[in-house]
Design a binder for this molecule. Structure first.
Ligand SMILES: CC(C)(COP(=O)(O)OP(=O)(O)OC[C@H]1O[C@@H](n2cnc3c(N)ncnc32)[C@H](O)[C@@H]1OP(=O)(O)O)[C@@H](O)C(=O)NCCC(=O)NCCS
Length: 242
């Protein structure tokens, strides 16, 4: 039974992480970065093609950092094909062109004996790096993992992967270096009412944002088609001299 005071406190706190904005990079010289809110949404099987396009867009170096080996296109295709959206959680950040600019995979252990453990992997497209997306996805994954009763989150990264290890360390992970590879572990606090409410608000916000982006894209595509038709009609008129 949830106490009224807890409900009010959680309702007020819900979404506060969401409104912790990140700086927008495209700022004219001399101007301050404009803060933007990052809608991170949970992805399902119908996003598989876009997840694939996102991963295929990573260059060889990034594929090596993401997967721990220089994944070929075929290996990436197989990875995406085998994503288990029922067991695992895939998070994504879409830009307004509906390109997935960042994707995170929170993988839960298939063996129930390790149900309290999960592994995190992430990639951000080169054009969108350094804006805090990797950090925000990690925070979102930690919150979801807590809410799924995970108490140990694991990140396997190459020791040269400064950015990923920085994200993990900043969140409080212990990092064990083993030559060229490093393992980071973070002990998560148990879920509470606040973490559950915050996740619901974040997901709702991101779903709404995605729907608006889909509508906006459909409308601009429609306008582009109309322009095309208009130009065709004008060209035909000019040709016929009318
Ligand atoms: C790792 C990765 C996800 C980071 O994404 P990102 O959105 O650029 O990360 P953030 O903007 O949140 O940056 C996190 C921190 O790392 C730092 N950082 C980012 N890129 C860095 C780099 N190349 N070298 C050193 N530090 C870097 C940032 O300054 C930030 O530190 P701060 O919080 O002190 O400012 C991204 O670089 C990536 O996709 N790499 C290829 C795939 C990969 O390595 N995946 C991780 C393995 S699972």
């Amino acid at each position: 039974m949830v106490k009224a005071a807890e409900l009010i406190k959680a309702s007020l706190g819900a979404g506060r992480e969401l409104f912790r904005s990140v700086p927008l990079l495209e700022v004219p010289p001399g101007q301050e970065p404009v803060p933007v809110i990052v809608p991170i949404r949970s992805l399902g099987p119908k996003h598989r093609d876009r997840i694939l396009a996102h991963l295929l867009a990573l260059d060889a170096g990034d594929r090596y950092l993401r997967f721990g080996y220089a994944a070929s296109d075929e290996q990436i295709e197989s990875y995406v094909e085998h994503l288990d959206f029922d067991r695992d959680e895939i998070f994504g950040i879409y830009n307004r062109h509906l390109t997935l600019i960042a994707v995170a995979h929170l993988a839960f252990a298939p063996d129930p004996a390790y149900a309290a453990c999960a592994e995190f992997g992430v990639s951000v497209l080169g054009i969108a790096r350094g804006r805090g997306y990797g950090t925000r996805l990690f925070e979102r994954a930690m919150m979801h993992a807590r809410n799924e009763n995970v108490d140990l989150l694991f990140i396997h990264a190459l020791s040269e992967n400064t950015a990923m290890l920085k994200i993990a360390r900043a969140a409080g992970a212990a990092v064990e270096r083993n030559g060229p590879e490093s393992d980071a572990y973070i002990k998560l606090p148990p879920a509470d009412f606040d973490s559950r409410m915050t996740e619901i608000v974040e997901e709702h916000f991101a779903q709404t944002d995605y729907r608006l982006k889909v509508q906006a894209k459909q409308f601009t595509d429609f306008l582009a088609t109309m322009q095309e038709i208009r130009r065709g009609v004008q060209a035909a008129r000019r040709r016929s001299g009318s």
